[in-house]
Design a protein around this ligand. Structure first.
Ligand code: SF4
Ligand code: SF4
Length: 203
């Protein structure tokens, strides 16, 4: 029958040689490959006794940051939700009342803010889209739960504690801050300071 593509190969059914019929060279070759793996560095670790060190810019569990006075930075503008390719973020905005200036930095704030961690792909687009430096991904890992609803993180989990603020210095290097000024570049693209062009690759 006429082949529809040119990918077909003619398979030859040639007789095996005496050495091939002995199978010993093939077995010996296979054993050599097995032995060579004994002397290689093991790719596995004994988790949970051993844990790998995470990069400072690892994209893990989010945090909603407070400002230097302890007020929530998020103004419920919704840009993170719009930028999220997984549609993992939902929020309800509310208006700040007089006397709540110490709680919320802006006149509008997120009364409800949720991220569905089962949907999230940890791309970092929400962090990049936020004009208020309010949401960041951190090097913390999302916990494991037995129920789907437990993966929907609300403000009780996401807003950082006043007593133990999360240090984002590694993510907020001067070069990253400058990169964020240029909204024309995507998250997975590199801003070349000298050429002022997208140089491709991760930043
Ligand atoms: S990290 Fe990406 S997928 Fe996850 S909430 Fe942010 S924008 Fe959505
Ligand atoms: S986290 Fe940032 S982008 Fe998202 S709603 Fe709050 S201020 Fe807007």
């Amino acid at each position: 029958m006429q082949a529809l593509t040119n990918r077909s190969k003619v398979v030859s059914k040639k007789e095996m040689t005496f050495m091939e019929r002995m199978y010993l060279p093939a077995i010996f070759g296979g054993m050599m490959i097995t032995f060579s793996h004994f002397f290689r560095r093991k790719p596995t670790i004994k988790y949970p006794e051993q844990k790998r060190e995470f990069s400072g810019i690892y994209r893990g569990q989010h945090v909603l940051k407070r400002d230097e006075k302890g007020a929530e930075r998020c103004t419920a503008c919704g840009l993170c939700a719009v930028a999220c390719p997984a549609e993992a973020i939902t929020m309800v905005s509310a208006e700040r009342k007089p006397g709540e200036e110490n709680l919320y930095r802006e006149e509008k704030y997120a009364a409800k803010y949720e991220i569905n961690m089962l949907r999230c792909i940890f791309c970092g687009d929400c962090e990049e889209a936020c004009p208020k430096e309010a949401i960041f991904l951190t090097d913390r890992q999302v916990s494991v739960y037995g129920q789907r609803k437990s993966f929907i993180y609300g403000k009780d989990v996401l807003v950082e504690s006043k007593d133990s603020p999360i240090d984002l210095a590694k993510r907020q290097t001067p070069s990253v801050k400058e990169f964020k000024l240029h909204k024309e570049f995507g998250h997975n693209q590199t801003y070349d300071k000298n050429k002022k062009v997208n140089a491709g690759g991760h930043h």
